[in-house]
Design a protein around this ligand. Structure first.
Ligand code: SF4
Ligand code: SF4
Length: 381
């Protein structure tokens, strides 16, 4: 018996009308927007904005996908708002830079408060029993998540489940990287966040995805598909199938299924719409190996240094902006101007580094990439 549905709709372009048509078709094949929201409800739309950038760079959900989702929800009679809290910079600025504010203003969608939040208990959590959620999420009756398919150093893939990390306001996100430095603990926390928020519907923009040095500095890659589901574990698993990645290597998959959030086992997933096989791209650049499980303690720290890819700075791209230093969540900082010369790129002290990859994610120049260690390459081939 198939327990979850994922809809795939071919869409080869960001042409506004074609995207509108594809989103309508996707929602309709999933049972209609009325299955997920009721007229009069307060719904918050959550794109992946990161720090906002030109849509052509594929860092953010494309604003026209956001527009199409907003249009369908508005037509359903909901009171719509939108928001995302990025790792760096103000929400307003990031929303403008990514083209979301302009679209939202046209549609008459209000920006929700994702700068500040309140603590919310999660009694049924697997691991993390309380979260500070953005006020805009708490005040809404429900959330619709519109993610972007991108490669990711820590979680391999950033998609439906990871998108909700932006519901935690501001720098509080960095604290999770310290508290849950092990990628499997971090992933379990992301699952808890999703079982707390329980988004009504998950959409994914994979018309143009990001491969390689994602989630910010990778290369755009055309996949030509929009995905829709009420099960984010299944949606991410089908995205994995498209990029030829074993979903068991995505650390949210197993706890996601254990928490009852969904399933990553293909036989349990009903596919609707265009044929999955027509989207599979085996050349997509993504780390096709499980993340190493490493946490604190001297032996594990040694193991982490030997096994996990290291962030490295390309001096030819670095503008010495200092964002990586500012965003590094550990104290003392694992990346800093240890040479004392701020006219040179910062340098790493890898024994302090918890491999959260916030520096790589937020470097505006794409100057930081992840370099596999010799041992890590040998073990996780
Ligand atoms: S964030 Fe990037 S560009 Fe800025 S100092 Fe760090 S490595 Fe250099
Ligand atoms: S140096 Fe980079 S990867 Fe290491 S702890 Fe700091 S932000 Fe995380």
């Amino acid at each position: 018996m198939k327990s979850s549905k994922v809809v795939l709709i071919r869409c080869d372009t960001y042409d506004r009308e074609r995207v509108n048509e594809a989103v309508r078709e996707g929602m309709s094949l999933l049972g209609g927007v009325g299955q997920f929201v009721q007229a009069g409800e307060k719904i918050v739309l959550k794109p992946n904005v990161l720090i906002g950038s030109n849509p052509e760079k594929c860092v953010c959900t494309h604003p026209f996908v956001f527009r199409a989702a907003g249009t369908v929800l508005k037509e359903a009679g909901v009171e719509l708002s939108y928001g995302d809290s990025s790792g760096f910079g103000g929400c307003q600025t990031n929303m403008k830079r990514g083209g979301f504010k302009q679209v939202a203003d046209e549609l008459g969608i209000r920006m929700a408060d994702f700068n500040k939040g309140k603590s919310v208990a999660h009694d049924k959590a697997l691991l993390n029993t309380s979260f500070v959620l953005a006020n805009g999420v708490i005040e809404a009756d429900g959330l619709v998540s519109v993610s972007k398919l991108k490669s990711h150093g820590l979680t391999r893939l950033t998609g439906a489940i990871k998108n909700q990390f932006g519901c935690i306001p501001g720098i509080r996100k960095g604290q999770f990287h310290i508290k849950m430095a092990d990628p499997y603990e971090f992933a379990t926390m992301l699952v808890d966040l999703n079982t707390l928020i329980r988004p009504r519907l998950y959409m994914m923009d994979a018309i143009m995805a990001m491969e390689g040095n994602g989630p910010r500095s990778g290369k755009p890659k055309k996949l030509g598909v929009l995905l829709f589901s009420s099960d984010p574990v299944a949606l991410d698993a089908i995205a994995c199938k498209i990029i030829d990645l074993d979903p068991a290597y995505v650390p949210t998959s197993e706890p996601g299924e254990r928490a009852g959030l969904g399933t990553y086992h293909y036989p349990n997933i009903e596919l609707i719409g265009d044929k999955l096989e027509s989207f599979i791209d085996k050349s997509f650049e993504v780390l096709r190996k499980p993340p190493a499980s490493v946490t604190g303690g001297p032996v594990r720290t040694l193991l982490k240094n030997q096994l996990c890819p290291k962030p490295v700075i390309d001096a030819t791209k670095c503008t010495r902006c200092g964002i990586c230093v500012k965003q590094c969540p550990v104290e003392p900082k694992a990346v800093n101007w240890y040479t004392g010369d701020e006219s040179m790129p910062p340098t790493y002290q890898y024994d302090l580094c918890i491999r959260c990859y916030c520096c790589q994610e937020l470097c505006p120049e794409g100057a930081i990439s992840l370099k596999e260690t010799l041992l890590g390459r040998a073990i996780f081939r």
